[in-house]
Structure formats: structure tokens, C-alpha cells
Design a protein around this ligand. Structure first.
Ligand SMILES: [Zn+2]
Ligand SMILES: [Zn+2]
Length: 390
């Protein structure tokens, strides 16, 4: 089959690879019909996530048709149409029982590696380095889905792939980011990053009752999408001082909650600290450039919540802990426990409360994946979200 493989920093290539096989009773094989490139795939592309190996198949946002099931999978049959959540979860360990699927204790065969870096192991994730299990991803014609009796969501209505594909990651991730904010009537929510996850966090904040949503980015085409499709007011951080602008918009107090939907490759205009981060990150002495997170913390109102759904992989320098403690902030963070959000969000899509298709700017065949990565990374052609059809 054909699959999009990581071939080194800034290099992906669609290559001929072996077809996946059923390895365990609870596996299924899915023929991928649609898959997407995620902002977090760019961290792999850019070489900031360790333990990638040449030839690793990328992709953790995908859906398709079940073509084979293991003997232990009772709830799926050949021909079923499914969306697959990006974290791999056994459904039976203590974390899964608590609904913390992205912390599953049984899905990462390289748990020891993750334990060394994070203190405790993390769950397996499709197509996302050997640290998260070394699983082949879904930017391919076929993919093996472990614990297929737990993860995949059957789509039985006639919704299109594009309407439901983002249930695999970015819609639940954005929603969880807004849910973290414990939104009360009258609340103002600020979102750093008007990419796909940030946009869905904005839409979700409105659904959960926010009175005002403010998007912070530097790309005008993305801020325009935030205004027009996500009902946000916008701040271009290249043009104004973000903290001052947020104070002006919130009676001097700051937003009730701040969402970091940027993660480890934040860009910003304040030269000295950015240069410091760039140098340390380039030398791999610091793994993150955490400017969005630092700013979300310093801008948040006293006693507010900072919700972190952007991806981080290692250590952050110059972390403003004084602001967190002295102003009583709460930080909530996590990889999304996608499994528990898929069904309720599917119902919202079916009812027409959310139409996730608005983020799609590019539709390409799988064979053109490398072009998709490039325009997405370089923000060319006003790229927001690339969907690949296999
Ligand atoms: Zn993703
Ligand atoms: Zn589990």
C-alpha cells in the first residue's frame, strides 16, 4: 500500500510499504478514506519530537471502512464506516475506567521510554513517534487499529467524511480546551492560536456559554476566519501589545480563562526572549518555545484558568510560576481523551450545532502529502487545514 512516511527533518514522502495485518484479537484493519494533517504533525516534521525513525508512517487523524476484524472485536464488522480517535486506549485499565483515555496504561509498548522522560508512561498514539508506541499512522491507504472494540466510532448516518473526520482529534481537543475553562455566564475566553484546534476551542467556548471570545494570532487570514466562523474578536499580536489590548477589552482585569492552542513552536515578536528560546531549542537544550503559554499565564485574570491544549514534549524555560502562585491561577492541560467526547460531539454535528468543515482550506490526494505539509508549515495559500483522501 501507499503511506506517507517521515524521512527526516522537513521531509515526508509517500512510499510503497507493507500492508498492515491483524496482530492481536482486538485489532481491526481500516481502509482509510480521509485523513488530515495536524498542527502537531508539524512538530514531527520540524524534528522537535524525539524518537522518530526514517520510514515511520505519519497521521493520527483518519477515518474509513473496516476491512478486517480480529476475533476479539464483537462490535465492528467488515464494511462499517468508522472515525478512529488518535489516542490508543484499552478501555479496561484504571485510567480508561476514569475516562482518561489519553493516559491509558496498556497501549504504549514503549512505556519505559515515556516513563524516563515524563516520570510516568503516556498512552499510545497513532503515527506519533516511538515515544508514544511507534504505531503506524493513518496517512496511508490502510491502518491497523489496536483495541478496535474500544476506540472507533461507527458513523451510521449519511454525514460526509469531512463533517465527521475531525472527531478523531481537533474537534474534541478544542472542545476539551473550552471545557477546562469551567465557563460561567459572562465569561471572557481568550484563545492563543487561530489554527484548527484554536478555532474549535472558540466555537466550543460559545457553545458552553462564553459571552466573549478573543482570538490571538498574527496571520490576518486566520484571524478573519476566527471572526467570521468562530464569532471571535481578534488581536494581531504583531500589531499591538496583547496584555494591554486584553485589558482594554475586559475592564482592566484580563480574560477569565486563557487557552493555549499553540504549543511548543510559538512565534512572537519580542526579540530577546524569542532569540533565547530559538537558540536553546535549536541546540536541543530546551525542547519548547513557550511564548504563547507564558503570555496566556501573564494575561489571565487573577484566579482564572489557563487551559493548555497545544502540544509540549519536554521542558519549558522561563516559566512564570510567580504569576501562577501569586495570582492564584489554575493550569489544566492534557492530550485529549477523545473517546469520551466523540459521541456527544457527533450528536451536536447531527443537530447542526457545529459544522466542523469550515476549517478545511485544502483537499489533496494522499500522493500530494508532502505539498500539504509544506503549505501548512509555511502558512502558504492561506492554509488552515489540509484533508487528504486516500
Ligand atoms: Zn491532531
Ligand atoms: Zn487503558
Amino acid at each position: 500500500m501507499k503511506a506517507n512516511c517521515w524521512m527526516g527533518i522537513n521531509r515526508v514522502e509517500v512510499r510503497e510499504v507493507d500492508d498492515p495485518k491483524i496482530l492481536n484479537r482486538r485489532d481491526a484493519v481500516v481502509r482509510v478514506t480521509s485523513t488530515a494533517i495536524c498542527g502537531s504533525d508539524l512538530h514531527l516534521y520540524d524534528g522537535y519530537v524525539p524518537t522518530m525513525e526514517k520510514g515511520d508512517i505519519l497521521g493520527h487523524e483518519f477515518m474509513g471502512e473496516v476491512v478486517e476484524v480480529g476475533s476479539g472485536v464483537d462490535n465492528l464488522r467488515e464494511g462499517d464506516r468508522v472515525v478512529v480517535p488518535f489516542p490508543i486506549a484499552c478501555g479496561a485499565c484504571l485510567m480508561c475506567e476514569k475516562g482518561l483515555y489519553a493516559a491509558c496504561e496498556n497501549s504504549n509498548p514503549n512505556a519505559g521510554m515515556a516513563e524516563k522522560l515524563f516520570g510516568h508512561p503516556s498512552a499510545g498514539i497513532f503515527g506519533y513517534s516511538h515515544l508514544t508506541g511507534g504505531y503506524a499512522g493513518g496517512q496511508a491507504e490502510y491502518v491497523r487499529v489496536p483495541f478496535a472494540d474500544v476506540g472507533p466510532l461507527k458513523i451510521e448516518s449519511d454525514l460526509t467524511d469531512e463533517q465527521v473526520l475531525f472527531l478523531s482529534d481537533i474537534l474534541p481537543t478544542g472542545y476539551m480546551g473550552a471545557e477546562f475553562c469551567d465557563i460561567k455566564p459572562g465569561d471572557v475566553i481568550a484563545v492563543w492560536g487561530a489554527g484548527p484546534v484554536g478555532l474549535f476551542a472558540m466555537v466550543s467556548a460559545h457553545l458552553l456559554g462564553a459571552s466573549q471570545v478573543i482570538a490571538i494570532d498574527r496571520f490576518d487570514y486566520r484571524l478573519e476566519m476566527a471572526r467570521e466562523k468562530a464569532g471571535a474578536e481578534t488581536i494581531n499580536y504583531d500589531q499591538v501589545d496583547v496584555n494591554e489590548a486584553l485589558k482594554d477589552m475586559t475592564g482592566g482585569r484580563g480574560p477569565d480563562a486563557c487557552i493555549d492552542a499553540v504549543g511548543l513552536e510559538a512565534h512572537h515578536g519580542f526579540a530577546p526572549i524569542h532569540a533565547y528560546d530559538r537558540v536553546k531549542q535549536a541546540a536541543r537544550m530546551e525542547t519548547e518555545r513557550a511564548h504563547a503559554l507564558r503570555q496566556a499565564i501573564t494575561c489571565c485574570r487573577n484566579g482564572g484558568i489557563v487551559s493548555v491544549i497545544g502540544v509540549y514534549g519536554g521542558m519549558v524555560d522561563k516559566f512564570p510560576m510567580g504569576a501562577v502562585v501569586n495570582r492564584g491561577l489554575t493550569i489544566k492541560a492534557g492530550q485529549c481523551h477523545v473517546h469520551r467526547y466523540m459521541r456527544p460531539l457527533l450528536e451536536r454535528i447531527e443537530k447542526g450545532e457545529i459544522d466542523p468543515t469550515f476549517v478545511i482550506t485544502h483537499r489533496l490526494p494522499l500522493a500530494e502529502a508532502a505539498h500539504g505539509y509544506q503549505i501548512f508549515k509555511k502558512k502558504q495559500e492561506d492554509c488552515v487545514k489540509v484533508v487528504l483522501s486516500a
